[in-house]
Design a protein around this ligand. Structure first.
Ligand code: CO8
Length: 258
């Protein structure tokens, strides 16, 4: 982890904290940031001792978008051949639960990066938007799709077509973020939520995540059938026995992630 230049990676028990660290560019996402975030997250995903991955930025900016200076001179073939930003999609395939703790700007690729995470917590200073249109481009890391699924067509269209931003309160009302907390409490609250998730059975948490994500990919009937299969599957875990025994015995469960 020492070899990363644009991110910091820390471990706090079963929680991993990944901090975007390009302060001079408000954490603008260039190819190096993409490679490092994706590599670090995938390495943490392979570690059975990590039960939740928190992604955060600075107080001023989660990430102010894709790196405009790096993108500016590219032509079609440059973008196509280097497959610009496609590796970000791999964050959506990570099986360990992920949490984005957003303070300040989450614009363009920054908003898209937050939306690639499972839980989205915002500070009261957070600002979300897809302002690409103002630069003569459109969202490219799934923003037009994930924002629309998160907040509906009305708001997604307005944000993508005008480039206007929304504050944390509007983002919460619209269903983009699960909760807004005071800026000073954001990281603490994010780590508390992450510890809670990481304290659950990891394979069961993975299945819960997989099941929720399935709802974005399939019909209700198929989604419910998928959930039912996983529900049956959790009875093959020791953690199901432990969780239910602990309840009966009126004690806290001790999950072994098996
Ligand atoms: N890229 C590169 N550099 C940036 C970016 C960015 N997105 N955002 C900020 N910076 C740099 C600034 O250039 C500045 O650098 P310098 O000091 O060298 O001039 C430094 O960060 C500080 O920024 P500001 O001085 O602008 O700070 P302010 O507090 O005045 O303003 C804002 C903050 C409002 C966030 C402002 O910086 C801003 O509007 N940034 C751009 C936001 C934006 O448009 N984001 C969308 C980018 S496009 C995108 O994300 C497309 C994603 C899909 C691409 C997919 C391709 C396949």
């Amino acid at each position: 982890t020492d070899s990363y230049e644009t991110i910091l990676v820390e471990r706090k028990g079963r929680v991993a904290l990944l901090t975007l660290n390009r302060p001079k560019a408000l954490n603008a996402l260039n190819l190096q940031v993409m490679r490092e975030v994706v590599a670090a997250t995938e390495a943490l995903d392979r570690d059975p001792d990590v039960g939740c991955i928190v992604l955060t930025g600075s107080a001023k900016a989660f990430a102010a978008g894709a790196d405009i200076k790096e993108m500016s001179p590219q032509n079609y073939l440059d973008m196509y051949l280097s497959d610009w930003f496609t590796a970000w999609d791999r964050l959506g395939q990570v099986r360990t639960p992920t949490l984005a703790a957003v303070s300040g700007y989450a614009l363009g690729g920054g908003c898209e990066l937050a939306m690639l995470c499972d839980i989205l917590l915002a500070s009261d200073t957070a600002v979300f938007g897809q302002p690409e249109i103002k630069l003569g481009v459109i969202p490219g890391i799934g923003g037009s799709q994930r924002l629309t699924r998160a907040v509906g067509k009305a708001k997604a269209m307005e944000l993508c077509l005008t480039g206007r931003t929304m504050d944390a309160e509007e983002a919460e009302r619209a269903g983009l973020v699960s909760r807004v907390v005071p800026a000073d409490d954001l990281l603490g609250e994010a780590l508390t939520v992450a510890e809670t998730v990481a304290g659950m059975s990891l394979p069961v948490a993975m299945m819960a995540k997989e099941s929720v994500n399935r709802s974005f990919e399939t019909t209700l009937t198929e989604g419910v059938r998928f959930e039912r299969r996983l529900f049956h599957a959790v009875f093959a875990t020791a953690d199901q026995k432990e969780g239910m025994s602990a309840f009966t015995e009126k004690r806290a469960p001790k999950f072994t992630h098996r």
